[in-house]
Design a protein around this ligand. Structure first.
Ligand SMILES: Nc1ncnc2c1ncn2[C@@H]1O[C@H](COP(=O)(O)OP(=O)(O)O)[C@@H](O)[C@H]1O
Ligand SMILES: [Mg+2]
Length: 254
């Protein structure tokens, strides 16, 4: 294992009844990378994130994050990662500020630091003026931004983002991509899933292409385009997977 490896996955597998949701996948993520997991709906992206973040037990295989084993040392891992699920884990009836303070407490941020950290994140994410508004009054883009802010409250070294821009309009999606790029500048390692290939091309240092639980390719977007002799990552993806572009167009109603 390379000394810069921060996520190491070996033969990770998840079986749901007779569905092999994730089928013996192998990959490594280096510290500071933005690593993208690309695939159509049902490919196993969310299942992979859930296993890596301790929300679901692997059927087989193993993974380590920051040198800790996901099966036996998940408590140590949780302290040092942030997770942004596809459906927000924040509370509708709390204000933006209240949600951040609550998460800070949950993650064991010392009480004297909570307020300062929450205010700092609200400013970074341009939500400070709305800090006293209830979460439920926020637009989708603002909700997603605050959910990311909440995941950063304990200064995690790795951020997991499941489909960060699904359901957002073009402007909100762009602003979120900028935020993600800024996090990368700060040295945070980012693992994200998406079925928007253009987004992956803009954001990711390397991507893994996942179809039916299996990884078909892992490389930089540039290398995947060069190897397949295609101009866009979407075309490269179609060539590698043999899928039709429509499989990526299915928008989930959230
Ligand atoms: N809790 C579950 N129980 C049974 N099957 C599941 C469960 N979660 C996911 N699956 C199945 O596992 C496969 C991968 O799902 P998922 O990881 O959500 O894919 P993606 O996030 O790439 O859209 C799908 O066939 C899905 O139906
Ligand atoms: Mg998913």
């Amino acid at each position: 294992m390379n000394k810069d490896t921060i996520i190491q996955v070996s033969d990770l597998t998840k079986l749901y009844g007779e569905t092999l949701a994730v089928d013996h996948i192998n990959f490594e993520v280096a510290k500071g990378e933005v690593f993208g997991f690309l695939g159509p709906n049902g490919a196993g992206k969310t299942t992979t994130i859930r296993m890596l973040t301790g929300l679901s037990k692997p059927t087989d295989g193993k993974a380590s994050i920051l040198g800790f084993d996901i099966n036996s040392q998940i408590a140590q891992i949780k302290k040092r990662i942030g997770v942004v699920p596809e459906i927000s884990n924040l509370y509708d009836e709390l204000t933006a500020f209240g949600n951040l303070l609550f998460m800070a407490q949950l993650y064991g941020v010392p009480s004297r630091e909570r307020k300062k950290k929450a205010e700092e994140l609200l400013k970074t994410f341009r939500l400070y003026e709305r800090k006293d508004s209830l979460f439920r009054t926020f637009s989708r883009g603002m909700k997603r931004a605050l959910t990311i802010a909440a995941a950063l409250i304990h200064n995690p070294e790795i951020l997991f983002l499941d489909e960060p821009t699904v359901g957002l309009d073009v402007v909100a999606a762009r602003s979120l991509r900028n935020l993600i790029s800024n996090l990368r500048q700060q040295g945070i390692t980012i693992f994200l899933t998406t079925h928007y290939l253009e987004e992956a091309d803009l954001l990711c240092d390397r991507v893994a292409i996942l179809v039916e639980g299996r990884i078909l390719a892992i490389d930089t977007p540039q290398a995947l385009k060069a190897k397949t002799n295609k101009k866009s990552l979407e075309e490269a993806f179609m060539k590698i997977t043999g899928l039709e572009p429509e499989v990526l167009a299915i928008e989930k109603g959230k």
